[in-house]
Design a protein around this ligand. Structure first.
Ligand SMILES: [Zn+2]
Length: 103
């Protein structure tokens, strides 16, 4: 068997592992074949929480908004600070603790 055919067979094996959800195994195999991009993609699939968690949390934060008690303008709360400055009227107001707990 030529090297090229051998490599093709190896890749087929990795794809099988990938489909079976054995991403770490597949990543190791791809590294041996020096297929770095595929290896990286498999590693990401193996550890989906690692670099996506920050983005996921940001998405959650964006969904919480507060209404200003002075002018009624609502604005998203994106920090754990318990005081925000209203973009509508410029006054400071306090975020209730139970709202902060949602962040
Ligand atoms: Zn306001």
């Amino acid at each position: 068997m030529s090297d090229e055919e051998w490599t093709k067979q190896e890749i087929t094996e990795m794809e099988k592992l990938e489909k079976a959800g054995q991403y770490e195994e597949a990543a190791r195999g791809y590294e041996e074949l020096e297929m770095w991009e595929k290896a990286e993609a498999c590693k990401r699939l193996a550890n989906p929480d690692e670099d996506d968690s920050a983005n996921a949390n940001m998405g959650k934060v964006d969904t919480i908004s507060m209404k200003c008690p002075y002018c009624g303008a609502s604005q998203p709360i994106a920090s754990k600070s318990n005081e925000v400055t209203c973009k509508g009227c410029g006054k400071d107001y306090v975020i209730p603790k139970k709202v902060l707990d949602l962040l």
